[in-house]
Ligand binder design. Structure first.
Ligand code: TEU
Length: 541
């Protein structure tokens, strides 16, 4: 595969619990993924990113890691991970694994040791253990809130100690996800070891979870509440300048290895220029650019976001990444079926506005061709190639996302985008497991969208993605560059090499330019025009 493959790769995210279950326990697993690698080869992706499969109590779907060096029995064992890497490489598919450095599970040995040790001990120094406020330390050390809801602090029981007051520990996410203290050298060295362990196993790189959170502002000052209401991505726990030292350190580790290993930051930094700092030549190779996730369906907004992001990343010599879906956001088909796709991307339940999935699918297909026509790398999330909608009517008693519990049942959370994959319409659990077991039920409409209903079927969403990935490679779209074309207020149009990409967003039909032939379109075209909510790739004749 080409050098610097990460510059223009299409990377497919696998959420292991929900991809393919080989054992019949209702949870997807690594052997299930291995069996389906030929499917991904056929689809035409360059790489996979696997969400966490490490030993974990699964309080946050595995983003609560108890042991970074082993595979959770739910998913298999370490030899399955090794087989997966080998088999993927045989098929010319790169493998990125998830690295979760901001927090461990409370069942990690470091946290157990910390709980068993005195305030002020070296064991506690690996986390943020702090005395509380108030006469008896009964108040949390500051006003920080957990991303999942509720306070970001929990008090421990130090009553067996030497009369010290009980301390509090910080958790930006669940109570079972204590934040590590990245000013501690043992933490830094511990992660060096984790990186090397997986690099030695042959992984092609890491997706770095909440990369903007690792370093907290000195002294842990209160969060300005007014500011937090306006912008929940700015605050003393996000995007501190100190994080960059960590990524320089990791980059130098990756650079010791051959084979183009790569780091991608999951950093929710809204300002593209701030995000680009993570992409300086001695830091990460790429960072997810989440600009499409909170965009209105509006041509001007897309043009502005694309221009600004490409300029910011280009200034540091990095490629841009594009994302329409992942395991944390409402699936694009349903987002685009809402009156404002940018407003509600963290979960949809039956009490919320119900999406029009027919309109949504049409727009999601148009957005996919827009995304895949842009220069840079692109991430797909399992089931996106099938046009799966969000499951919005999941019974409350089945919900598992900690957001649901910590928000006191006010935010439905992210289970609706994490539903088991439908592989074949006629089988129990739609072919997800051998016996019909499944950890979450699929909604009725998933049957018609199953893989076996779409592969080889003209006009299906699977065929659209399949064609798009093949053509993207043949036409060099990811490696190209962008020249804007004026085609009207409601049209996002640009040339990428000899390909013209046009997306009509809520406009009247637009005539196709002369001298081009249609290579691919998101919907059927008639009469030489591009209808509303549709994209086309045209090749200069
Ligand atoms: O997510 C980081 C994050 O802050 C959000 O995506 C958050 O999950 C969302 O706003 C819901 O409230 C990463 C992982 O992708 C996510 O699955 C984990 O839950 C989180 O980190 C903690 O590890």
């Amino acid at each position: 595969m080409a050098a610097e493959w990460w510059r223009d790769a299409v990377i497919y995210q696998i959420y292991p619990r929900s991809f393919a279950d080989s054992t019949g326990d209702g949870y997807g697993d690594l052997p299930g993924i291995i069996e389906r690698l030929p499917y991904l080869r056929e689809l035409g992706v360059d790489a996979v990113w696997l969400s966490p499969f490490y030993t974990s109590p699964m309080s946050d779907g595995g983003y609560d890691v108890a042991d970074y060096f082993s595979v959770d029995p739910l998913f298999g064992d370490i030899t399955d991970a090794e087989r997966l890497i080998t088999r993927a490489h045989e098929l010319d598919i790169r493998v990125l694994v998830d690295l979760v450095p901001n927090h461990t599970s409370d069942e990690h040995k470091w946290f157990r040791q910390a709980l068993a040790s005195e305030p002020g001990s070296v064991e506690r120094a690996r986390y943020h253990f702090v005395d509380g406020l108030g006469e008896h330390g009964e108040l949390p050390p500051n006003n920080w809130k957990s991303v999942f809801g509720g306070p970001a602090w929990t008090r421990v029981d130090d009553s067996a100690g030497n009369g010290e007051r009980s301390q509090w520990y910080l958790h930006l996410f669940d109570v079972k996800q204590p934040d590590l203290n990245w000013s501690n050298n043992e933490v830094r060295e511990g992660f060096d070891e984790i990186l090397r362990f997986w690099l030695d196993k042959g992984v092609d790189g890491f997706r770095v979870d909440v990369a903007h959170a690792l370093v907290k502002e000195e002294g842990l000052p209160d969060w300005d509440e007014e500011q937090a209401m306006l912008d929940d991505l700015s605050g003393p726990m996000w995007d501190q300048d100190g994080v960059h030292d960590i990524y320089r350190r990791w980059r130098s580790i990756l650079d010791e290895y051959d084979g183009d290993r790569s780091l991608v930051a999951e950093a929710w930094v809204s300002d593209p220029e701030r995000l680009a700092l993570y992409l300086r030549p001695d830091e990460m190779h790429t960072a997810f650019n989440f600009q499409f996730l909170d965009s209105r369906w509006d041509a001007e907004e897309y043009r502005t976001k694309i221009s600004r992001t490409l300029a910011a990343d280009g200034a540091v010599g990095a490629p841009t990444t594009w994302v329409l879906n992942n395991h944390d956001v409402v699936r694009s088909v349903s987002r685009f079926g809402l009156s404002d796709p940018g407003s509600s991307h963290e979960g949809l339940g039956s009490e919320d506005e119900q999406p029009d999935n027919v309109v949504g699918l049409r727009r999601a297909r148009a957005a996919a061709l827009l995304m895949l026509g842009l220069p840079g790398s692109a991430y797909l999330y399992q089931g996106e190639e099938l046009g799966l909608p969000e499951h919005t009517t999941l019974p409350d008693e089945l919900r598992q996302d900690p957001t649901w519990f910590r928000s006191e049942f006010t935010r439905v959370g992210r289970d609706g985008c994490r539903i088991p994959m439908p592989w074949s319409a006629g089988e129990p659990a739609l072919g997800f497991s051998p016996n019909g077991a499944r950890w979450l039920p699929q909604p009725a409409e998933y049957a018609d969208l199953a893989v076996d209903q779409q592969v080889g079927v003209e006009g299906s969403t699977w065929e659209l993605y399949h064609d798009a990935l093949r053509l993207r490679g043949e036409l060099g779209l990811g490696a190209g560059s962008l020249d804007w074309v004026q085609a009207g207020e409601h049209v996002v149009a640009f040339d990428n090499g000899r390909v013209r990409v046009m997306t009509n967003v809520l406009g009247t039909p637009v005539p196709l330019p002369e001298g081009y032939s249609v290579a691919l379109s998101s919907t059927e075209l008639d009469g030489g025009t591009l209808p509303t909510d549709a994209s086309v790739w045209l090749v200069a004749e």
